[in-house]
Write a protein that binds this ligand. Structure first.
Ligand SMILES: [Zn+2]
Length: 299
């Protein structure tokens, strides 16, 4: 039995409109999502934000036990293999969370999943593709840095044996026709990460015409960073002991042949082409994603 279930909060407007779902702490050590969502919910409860149409669903803490322990996950990365399993295949704590969260995702029109990440580097958005409707939803969040092709970059990797690993919350939402985005609000402990998430939720509420609020709620001084659009091209898992050759930051440029990491047995992992490194994780556990790479698009 599951000892701790995620709490789900729903606010409905009188008018017709879509369903927006906002997730926080799918990874338990990423606190900016819960902070941002709770700030928004307080403002809804005080009447400073009025939900006027459609439905807004908040799950501030999707993985409660990982959140309490300040760890990424307890037994399984909740943002991999994210789909409901039959009862006799439930082995991990997180498998129980799928059963609570998947039905929420199945019923939403828009999913905004708030995360943060390990290495330094600013906020950016993972989206499905550069189609007009994907880009329009992403642009509304106020973070002009977009990365797409994550699932293909993972599932095309021969090191990934079970391709269902590449099914995260946003991929699962797309199976049910939703427009879904992951917003990486910045580095885990960045003091402005929760502000980035808060402003993104406000922007989504306005863009989808779900709520009314005073302009003074908007945060005016969020960090400005270079815009980019990046297509992800591939990934490498950390298969045994080894280390990066330097402290890679998210979006550092790569030249073909650059030695990115070295296993303790001497095998080197080099950049297969000119591009950039995405989500490098120096202290990754063995068997998990060490880094991704991609190429910047001229758009
Ligand atoms: Zn995360």
């Amino acid at each position: 039995m599951i000892d701790k279930k995620p709490e789900i909060f729903t606010f409905e407007g009188a008018g017709k409109g879509p369903v927006l779902t906002v997730f926080g702490a799918v990874h338990g050590n990423e606190k900016c999502g819960p902070q941002a969502i709770r700030r928004i919910m307080k403002l809804i409860e005080s009447g400073d934000i009025q939900v006027t149409a459609g439905k807004v669903v908040f799950v501030p803490v999707c993985n409660p036990r990982a959140y309490d322990g300040d760890v990424r996950f307890v037994e399984r990365n909740l943002n991999r293999f994210f789909y409901p399993k039959p009862k006799d295949e439930i082995t991990h704590y997180e498998d129980n969370l799928d059963l609570v969260l998947c039905p929420v995702v199945e019923k939403t029109d828009y999913l905004l999943d708030l995360h943060s990440y390990t290495s330094p580097g600013g906020a950016f958005i993972f989206l499905e593709d550069l189609s007009q409707k994907s880009v329009a939803f992403a642009e509304c969040l106020g973070v002009p840095r977009m990365v797409y092709g994550w699932a293909a970059a993972l599932s095309s990797n021969d090191e990934v044996i079970d391709k269902k690993q590449a099914m995260g919350t946003t991929e699962y939402a797309r199976e049910f026709g939703a427009l879904s985005l992951t917003l990486e609000c910045g580095q885990h402990k960045h003091p402005r990460a929760a502000d980035v998430g808060f402003q993104a939720i406000l922007n989504a509420l306005a863009f989808l015409k779900l709520a009314k609020f005073d302009d003074t709620l908007n945060i005016a001084d969020l960090p400005e960073e270079r815009s980019y659009k990046v297509k992800m091209r591939g990934s490498r898992l950390k298969l045994r002991d080894g280390d990066f050759t330097r402290d890679w930051k998210n979006m550092d440029p790569l030249k073909k042949g650059d030695v990115i990491a070295r296993y303790d047995d001497g095998e080197e992992i080099t950049a297969p082409e000119d591009g950039i490194i995405v989500l490098p994780k120096r202290d990754q556990q063995i068997g998990h994603e060490w880094f991704f790479w991609g190429v910047e698009e001229e758009v």
